[in-house]
Ligand binder design. Structure first.
Ligand SMILES: [Zn+2]
Ligand SMILES: [Zn+2]
Length: 253
């Protein structure tokens, strides 16, 4: 399984080229995107034709995680005759949110096959198959319907993506020993301001240590926070490898 970082967020930044969250996970001919934030759609093309994506999985409905679905919808709708379709899993309100941007009911459904990610959780079907990959999601504290997501190949080590998350413990049930944790670290070395639902380095370090994660990849760093100090704040609590990932990072898992 390979992770290619196409966009590493966050919602806004003065860092050149820092487009919205978008992580390509590939195993053989199966490719899926975790999130598709602002500016990241064009970054998919060098790696995989968007029509060859097995799915796009959206963690939550903040624009830095899903807004380029508009560009993808237009591409599928107008670049091909007949239009092509891609499977999208995410929060239940995703179609209404995209439709509302154009005040056009049915806008989304013309090219995207939407499934609510949460249904698997509420039905107790924790794991879904997407081609060669298995997918598991758990609700986390952030918006009304935000998910942490685990992707794996069979029983092999997985990739656990935090999405945006205000309580690291919500991710713990997803993490198996040896997994790679791809965690948002919005507030760098910390602390996270009161009542803000994001993570900082110490929260990620504690989570990685308590769950026996194999490795930590940090992302979604807000401007004004120093990457090196952020990495150090995780290493203070977790013995394994820790690095910050950026657009262009490629990691074999
Ligand atoms: Zn975000
Ligand atoms: Zn968010």
């Amino acid at each position: 399984m390979r992770l290619t970082v196409l966009g590493a967020g966050p919602a806004y930044t003065d860092r050149a080229g820092a487009t919205g969250a978008c992580y390509l996970v590939s195993e053989g001919a199966t490719h899926l995107l975790l999130d598709l934030g602002q500016g990241s759609f064009t970054r998919v093309f060098p790696h995989v034709a968007p029509t060859d994506l097995a799915a796009v999985v959206v963690s939550h409905l903040h624009p830095d995680h899903f807004i380029d679905l508009v560009a993808m919808r237009h591409y599928l709708r107008y670049e091909f005759d007949p239009p092509r379709r891609v499977r999208v899993l995410g929060p239940g309100a995703l179609a209404d949110r995209l439709d509302a941007l154009h005040a056009e009911p049915g806008f989304t459904a013309e090219a995207l096959d939407l499934e609510r990610l949460g249904e698997a959780v509420s039905l107790g079907e924790a794991v879904r198959r997407i081609g060669a990959l298995s997918l598991e999601a758990r609700l986390v504290a952030h918006t009304d319907e935000s998910y942490g997501i685990r992707v794996a190949v069979d029983d092999g080590p997985g990739l656990v993506y935090s999405g945006d998350c205000g309580r690291a413990d919500d991710l713990a049930p997803l993490v198996r020993p040896g997994d790679t944790l791809l965690a948002e670290v919005s507030f760098g070395a910390g602390p996270v301001p009161p009542d803000v639902l994001h993570l900082d380095g110490p929260a990620v370090g504690r989570l990685a240590a308590s769950t026996d994660a194999g490795r930590v990849l940090l992302t979604h760093l807000l401007g004004g926070h120093d990457p090196s100090a952020t990495i150090a704040s995780v290493r203070a609590l977790f013995d394994g490898p820790v690095e910050m990932v950026w657009p262009g990072s490629r990691i074999e898992l």
